[in-house]
Design a binder for this molecule. Structure first.
Ligand SMILES: C[S@@+](CC[C@H](N)C(=O)[O-])C[C@H]1O[C@@H](n2cnc3c(N)ncnc32)[C@H](O)[C@@H]1O
Length: 343
């Protein structure tokens, strides 16, 4: 594979990619399995398009991906929200400062979409932030609603960082961070009136089980909010062999467990005690984030931070950005929000 294949053409970008290739030659010279030039057969395409990876493998990658250097690298560049930023469609070349604001806007748009009330009588009082990263959403939600917020995360370094930030912000009495697996949460049944799960579900190897856990901890009438990077529904249009290669590259680049679809989530939701299922496709809204994320990483400051302190896993994710942008534009994948209320 040539550097040009990554769709990044400026001289500065090439320098950074060349530097990255010194750190991780496999990124620029991937094995045949991840190359565009050895397409699988149609049968293999159908079989592998949803690729389900082993929990141990994914969780090990998550430890590395969100390990201290990765986590702190992200924090230095984009602050305490470890998800994708929301823009009006068509925005081009936003600045890094705008990208930080866009990350907060994603939280605000999700709350608006789900119809969460600011009315002191109706607003959430007990919130769980499932897969809480370094606590960005927990802090925002606790402050906005004056709510008690519990964050859970499988990554000890991020939990430590979230606790340190809580202390620094004087929010220790409002937010609690728990080290644990979101598949088996240490919370009682029916405890939370808002279950918040932003950009986490794609790391789960068993989505149905995970869904049941989200519903278990939700109180009757609680709202559940998830966001997910989904693939196109193959019922709509089967994948070509090239598309299968792209899906595999993105799934591995983002350290996701497998691919899922919006209709797949709706099917699961319909089998559980949930109502008011709402979905929206936010792909157009996050494309500028991925474009800017890449530009920031490729800037002198960004590439210095990346090369000095980022783990291999984050560099791999950043280098997947052009493929993600193209696949969002071509509707091979979509970024969707799905909200429900518990009966
Ligand atoms: C993309 S980050 C999103 C972080 C946070 N939700 C936010 O919006 O800032 C995904 C997070 O999910 C966490 N995670 C992944 N698998 C998990 C699991 N099985 N249990 C708990 N947390 C998990 C990761 O450690 C990481 O913090």
């Amino acid at each position: 594979m040539k550097i040009e294949d990554l769709s990044i053409n400026t001289g500065a970008n090439k320098q950074v990619l060349q530097a990255a290739s010194l750190v991780c030659p496999l990124l620029l010279h991937p094995s045949p399995a991840t190359s565009f030039h050895s397409p699988p057969t149609m049968a293999a395409a159908a079989a592998s398009a949803g690729t389900i990876r082993q929990a141990e493998e994914v969780n090990k990658e998550i430890q590395e991906y969100y390990h201290d250097t990765t986590s702190l690298t992200w924090e230095k560049m984009w602050g305490d929200h470890v998800h994708t930023g929301f823009y009006d469609p068509g925005v081009t070349a936003p600045s890094p400062a705008e990208n930080r604001a866009a990350l907060v806007r994603t939280v605000e748009e999700a709350l608006r979409f789900a119809g969460i009330s600011d009315d002191p009588e109706k607003r959430p009082k007990r919130i769980v932030d499932v897969g809480c990263g370094i606590g960005g959403s927990s802090f925002y939600l606790a402050k906005r609603y004056g709510a008690q917020c519990d964050g859970i995360n499988i990554n000890p370094t991020q939990i430590e960082r979230a606790r340190a930030r809580a202390a620094a912000e004087g929010l220790e009495d409002k937010v609690n961070f728990h080290l644990g697996d979101a598949m088996q949460q240490p919370f009682p049944d029916g405890h939370f009136d808002l279950v918040w799960c932003m950009d986490v579900i794609d790391h789960m190897t068993d989505r149905e089980k995970f869904f049941r856990e989200l519903v278990r901890v939700a109180a009757p009438g609680a709202t559940i909010i998830i966001t997910s990077v989904c693939r196109r529904d193959p019922e709509e249009k089967p994948f070509t062999p090239d598309e299968v290669v792209l899906l595999k590259r993105i799934c591995e680049g983002l350290h996701h467990a497998s691919w899922f679809t919006v209709p797949g989530y709706i099917n699961i939701a319909e089998s559980l005690p949930l109502k008011d299922i709402k979905t929206a496709d936010w792909s157009e809204n996050i494309i500028p984030f991925w474009q800017t994320a890449l530009q920031t990483a490729m800037s002198l400051e960004g590439s210095t931070i990346l090369l000095e302190s980022a783990g291999m896993a984050l560099i791999k994710a950043v280098l997947t950005a052009p493929t993600i942008v193209e696949s969002l534009k071509n509707k091979l994948i979509n970024y969707s929000i799905i909200t429900f209320r518990k009966l």
